[in-house]
Write a protein that binds this ligand. Sequence first.
Ligand SMILES: [Cu+2]
Length: 66
Amino acid sequence: MEFRVPGMSCGGCASAITKAVAKLDPAAKVQIDIAAKTVKVVSSLNQDDIASAIAQARFHPIVNAP
Ligand SMILES: [Cu+2]
């Protein structure tokens, strides 16, 4: 799954998002492109759960259609 996270602007944002997702799903793989403001996540959890984890880190994820 992939999200656009417009508020993400630096490595601190990226690590906050990575930690928030890892807290919910320690097995998740998170790949972040700060310049493109995208977050790719490989997880067995559903998109809504991952989105709310990112939202809890005070970002506003937008689902990127595949
Ligand atoms: Cu930042």
